[in-house]
Design a protein around this ligand. Structure first.
Ligand SMILES: C[S@@+](CC[C@H](N)C(=O)[O-])C[C@H]1O[C@@H](n2cnc3c(N)ncnc32)[C@H](O)[C@@H]1O
Length: 277
């Protein structure tokens, strides 16, 4: 089995100098910050303002891709657990349509009260999936944009605990988040985006005379599809369905390419990988 590859992000810090290394996010508050916070705002005035801000078009349409796959593979009479739900936008959109989903994350998030007021049927609990399985067993588990944070040992634990939270014959719907590890994703993340940011830093230096700090942040891990499927197999999972979405997302991380690529353009496929095991 090939080694998973570390996924780095590069950015500038005007308040610091030199090269700075930031480790991977390791607690709920780091994750919350990385997601732009989970606080309530004006969007919580009504269901439509909530979905307009936090579902439709959010993160370049990531949630619409999830919704497409989830509706194909979840049944309304299934008892579903969502792990690492964050602000729970996808889950709430499905709950509104009659799906039975309990959300969870490491901690109760800031806008929990406002969410419950807007969606009284909303159920949420604190759970760290690395700490153990749920007491209750579910027909299905969904997990969107989490496992990129896990090294191999944690990924094994994740699959084992999810498997033990499912009824016999239950299924897991998983988004691996980020691009699969391959030559193209290596060239984008480890070469193009890095040197683009160094170029921006140089241009800023030439314009202002100030050299900003160059930050290398360990964002997570990239894996091939085969690596994830292989690890899942060790906990008794078998791959049932697999679709690729959001091809342009990785390119849109580039300052240069961002404006050139239209969202939902014809190449909007591949890269973000959703799997049903
Ligand atoms: C990138 S966010 C994804 C949130 C949401 N599912 C989405 O797609 O926008 C990752 C979430 O995973 C949660 N998380 C991180 N480690 C976790 C763990 N061990 N168990 C459960 N949730 C975890 C974080 O608190 C964070 O809310």
């Amino acid at each position: 089995m090939r080694e998973m590859r570390k996924w780095y992000k590069y950015f500038l810090d005007p308040l610091r100098r030199g090269r700075i290394y930031l480790p991977i996010d390791s607690n709920f508050y780091d994750h919350e910050k990385a997601m732009g916070g989970y606080k309530a705002d004006d969007a919580y005035l009504s269901k439509s303002t909530f979905f307009n801000k936090y579902f439709w078009g959010y993160h370049l349409g990531r949630f619409e891709c999830y919704d497409n796959f989830l509706r194909k593979h979840l049944k309304k009479d299934e008892d579903v657990l969502s792990i690492a739900s964050g602000r729970c936008a996808n889950e709430l959109f499905l709950i509104e349509d009659g799906y039975k989903i309990t959300c969870s994350d490491l901690k109760v998030f800031d806008s929990y009260k406002e969410t419950k007021t807007l969606f009284p049927q909303f159920e949420f609990m604190e759970h760290d999936i690395l700490n153990g399985p749920l007491y209750k067993k579910y027909d299905a588990v969904i997990c969107l944009s989490l496992i990129y944070l896990f090294n191999e040992e944690k990924l094994l634990t994740f699959f084992r605990n999810v498997s033990n939270s499912l009824k016999i014959g239950g299924h897991l719907i998983l988004d691996s988040a980020g691009s699969p590890d391959n030559l193209l994703s290596y060239l984008i993340h480890d070469v193009f985006l890095k040197y683009e940011m160094l170029g921006i830093r140089l241009i800023k230096f030439l314009l202002t005379g100030r050299l900003q700090g160059f930050v290398k942040k360990h964002h997570g891990y990239r894996r091939t599809d085969e690596e994830i499927i292989e690890t899942a197999k060790q906990s008794g999972f078998e791959l049932l369905h697999h679709e690729n979405y959001a091809f342009t997302t990785e390119f849109k991380r580039s300052h240069l390419l961002n404006k050139a690529i239209k969202p939902n353009s014809i190449v909007e496929k591949t890269f973000k990988t959703m799997r049903e095991c």
